[in-house]
Write a protein that binds this ligand. Structure first.
Ligand SMILES: CCCCCCCCC/C=C/C(=O)SCCNC(=O)CCNC(=O)[C@H](O)C(C)(C)COP(=O)(O)OP(=O)(O)OC[C@H]1O[C@@H](n2cnc3c(N)ncnc32)[C@H](O)[C@@H]1OP(=O)(O)O
Ligand SMILES: Cc1cc2nc3c(=O)[nH]c(=O)nc-3n(C[C@H](O)[C@H](O)[C@H](O)COP(=O)(O)OP(=O)(O)OC[C@H]3O[C@@H](n4cnc5c(N)ncnc54)[C@H](O)[C@@H]3O)c2cc1C
Length: 647
């Protein structure tokens, strides 16, 4: 069990008989004879489907969930299942089936609807996705155009895409893979609008897989990454579905067309919260993968000399390389720790909501937004840093760093574009500030905003740094509130004042997120480390220390503005940081080995456990179809006539 799991694994998340990696990875037919980079767009998809079917059969065979685990535990576990990285460098075409289709039914369906549809979905009798985004709208959900008009005379909904911009656009698996879908559409009854509601819609005939009448489907084309996810488009032409296909856990439509509103219109957005929570853990996995590849390669690669009299050194001995990479190890640990903490918050709030208590939903939404943003932003930046730290070989697909970057950077956009989500958290912070200023109690993660004590003397300790980030966040929020108030007093509308302050609001939101992450990482490691051996506990505390000092140095401007940190403190922090690099360097390879990622999962010429980098690079190069013959036909067809002036 890897370091991450040792540190923060909680029994009720552990899968009984977690898919035994050896069993699954022993099925060699799961793996590509030639690298998929050399397949066509269409072949890549077809190959991904071939592997998907094999992979899911094996998962069903070996995966046996612990009694009492919920469907959300199970789908989340699927995302923790790293074995899929061995089979798919990009995510599989059924990523959305587990990632959103099943969770949407679980979160939005009535018990009867869950009973019927979850069984079929879990058994892969039907395959689905989640279609919300349209060609014309992704962020502004209330602006989505797909309509669902209720017809009480037939007790049906009529789904329609009135414009080109209303075409559903992006959903994974939608192009050619799934035959069902949860569609988010604007509900109308007798001309009256009742907001966005989820509808479970059959798209293709279950026997022939042909699109049903009134359903137009296709694939949206080549992308930066996720080339086998089969993102597609969908349009309805007055397509009728039975009334019981609206997922009615929250809001209902009765036979006669009476609309029964749910406790909150925002509950229809619930699937997005779930996925944002999942993404944090997914980012930790991607960071562990990239860090393992880059650190191991940096231990194998020798280049130049530190002293002329000595042989070429491991590039990991360059302090600049340690600066680039050791934070990556700490970051993976920070986000896997925070992901499990956030999952506990999520399941707690879901439990309260089952009994009608919605009080903590806004805080959960704000936390899910901020951790989704910071984990995707940091990890996509650091995966790219890992690639750059490996020189030219990092640029090879066979290193698996470019693919890993594609997976990480996509998450900065999907499930809520990062700026938009930071503004959502900012909305919660400003409301908390206004609430706290009236003496009302704040949620646990926002309570520090009301700390009105004088700014203390700066301390170069973990407590001092975490307190400093809280001061920065509170100071930024206060500045935003003051600017907005000032603009409104000058006659600006609140909305315009908000927009004019939005750059600062995004910064305040990020500062809050970092304060939450530092504090959570530190407290969770302290809690878990008590049960670990002293040497391991020491190394983990060094990683927490490195992470906190790194971010203090990265955000010095803010600390200088809002805390009493002085020049001498900064010099000392920089020295602390460099000392920590030196302390952690001897354990760097051991730490990434402790992520426990097998070679098949790393899928990388640079990161393999045996360190045979050059042999693997050559083996992969020889798989290029171009190397099948010494002279390519284009020489005779084009080059030769050209060079002889005949073309
Ligand atoms: C690696 C592993 C791979 C895991 C697998 C991952 C696969 C992922 C594939 C990708 C799938 C997708 O992208 S699916 C599509 C994802 N799309 C999005 O995320 C769209 C992002 N946009 C939005 O969420 C919305 O438009 C948002 C920005 C919040 C604005 O919505 P509205 O205009 O309706 O709301 P506003 O007018 O701003 O008012 C906001 C109020 O609503 C509340 N609110 C807003 N969203 C809420 C929510 N989800 N739950 C609760 N409450 C919410 C706020 O707290 C505010 O409350 P008050 O302050 O009290 O009023
Ligand atoms: C790989 C991938 C997979 C996806 N899978 C799915 C899926 O399975 N199902 C699904 O429904 N969707 C999916 N999406 C769509 C995704 O949810 C949207 O791309 C995302 O919500 C952003 O919406 P948009 O692309 O329309 O950008 P827009 O909303 O048009 O935003 C464009 C830019 O405008 C700015 N902006 C927009 N609104 C604001 C604002 N309020 N304040 C400040 N700036 C703003 C931001 O800079 C933003 O980047 C996927 C997207 C990707 C990239």
């Amino acid at each position: 069990m890897g370091l991450v799991d040792q540190l923060v694994n909680q029994p009720h998340y552990t899968l009984v008989n977690q898919p035994r990696e050896n069993d699954i990875l022993s099925h060699k037919e799961l793996f590509d004879s030639i690298p998929e980079e050399y397949l066509s767009h269409k072949e890549k998809y077809e190959n991904a489907i071939r592997k998907t079917v094999l992979y899911y059969r094996l998962m069903q065979k070996y995966q046996n969930y612990k009694e009492g685990s919920t469907i959300l535990d199970e789908t989340r576990a699927n995302y923790r299942n790293l074995v899929s990285f061995a089979v798919f460098k990009d995510y599989p075409p059924l990523m959305l089936h587990n990632g959103m289709f099943i969770p949407a039914i679980a979160g939005q369906g009535t018990p009867e609807q869950q009973k019927h549809w979850l069984k079929r979905a879990k058994n892969m009798e039907i395959l689905g996705t989640y279609a919300q985004t349209e060609l014309g709208h992704g962020t502004f959900i209330r602006g989505l155009e797909t309509t669902a008009e209720y017809d009480p005379s037939t007790e049906e909904f009529v789904l329609h895409s009135p414009t080109l911009t209303s075409y559903k656009w992006w959903p994974g698996g939608l192009g050619h893979t799934v035959n069902y879908c949860v569609v988010m559409a604007q509900l109308y009854i007798r001309g009256r609008h009742h907001g966005m509601q989820p509808f479970l819609v059959q798209l293709r005939d279950e026997a022939t897989h042909m699109p049903l009448p009134g359903v137009k489907l296709g694939e949206i084309g080549a992308k930066l990454g996720l080339s086998t996810v089969n993102n597609g488009f969908l349009a309805f032409e007055h397509h009728r579905i039975p009334r019981d296909r609206m997922l009615m856990k929250n809001a209902q439509v009765l036979k006669d067309g009476t609309f029964v509103a749910g406790p909150s219109s925002k509950l229809a957005y619930g699937t997005m919260i779930y996925v944002r929570v999942i993404i944090v853990n997914g980012m930790a996995n991607l960071m562990a993968k990239a860090a393992t590849i880059a650190v191991r390669y940096s231990a194998v690669r020798r280049q130049s000399q530190i002293k002329p009299s000595e042989p070429e050194c491991q590039i990991l001995d360059y302090v600049t390389q340690q600066h680039k990479l050791l934070i990556c190890i700490a970051t993976s640990l920070a986000f896997s720790t925070c992901a499990r903490w956030l999952w506990d918050v999520y399941t707690g709030v879901m439990g309260q909501m089952e009994s009608g208590n919605m009080d903590h939903l806004p805080e959960l939404h704000a936390l899910a937004c901020s951790l989704k943003v910071v984990s995707t932003m940091d990890v996509s930046g650091l995966v790219e840093r890992c690639r750059l730290a490996c020189g030219g070989h990092g640029f090879m697909h066979s290193s698996n760093l470019p693919y890993t970057y594609g997976l990480a950077t996509a998450a900065c956009t999907y499930e809520g574009e990062n700026t938009v989500l930071l503004l959502q958290t900012a909305r919660s912070l400003v409301k908390a500030w206004q609430k706290g200023s009236k003496g009302k109690p704040l949620s646990p993660t926002e309570a520090y905003l009301m700390d009105k004590s004088p700014v203390p003397k700066w301390e170069n300790t973990l407590d001092g740094i975490i307190a400093g980030f809280r001061r920065v966040s509170a100071g930024k929020v206060q500045d935003c509130v003051s600017k907005i108030d000032k603009l409104v007093k000058m006659g600006t509308s609140y909305e315009d004042a908000w927009n004019q302050t939005s750059v600062r609001l995004v910064a305040a939101s990020e500062a809050h997120s970092r304060a939450v992450i530092l504090a959570t990482f530190r407290s969770e490691v302290s809690r878990a480390a008590a049960a670990l051996s002293p040497p391991l506990s020491r190394v983990l505390h060094q990683l927490v220390h490195l992470y906190c000092v790194y971010w203090a140095l990265e955000r010095l401007g803010d600390l200088l503005l809002y805390t009493s940190i002085a020049e001498r403190d900064v010099q000392e922090l920089q020295q602390q940081y460099e000392d920590l690099l030196q302390k952690i360097r001897p354990n760097a390879v051991g730490l990434v080995d402790a992520f426990d990622l097998r070679d098949e999962i790393l899928n990388s010429t640079l990161g393999a456990y045996d360190g045979r980098v050059y042999e693997r690079l050559m083996e992969e190069a020889l798989k290029s179809p171009l190397n099948a013959e010494p002279v390519n036909q284009s020489f005779h067809q084009y080059l030769k006539p050209f060079m002889h002036g005949k073309l």
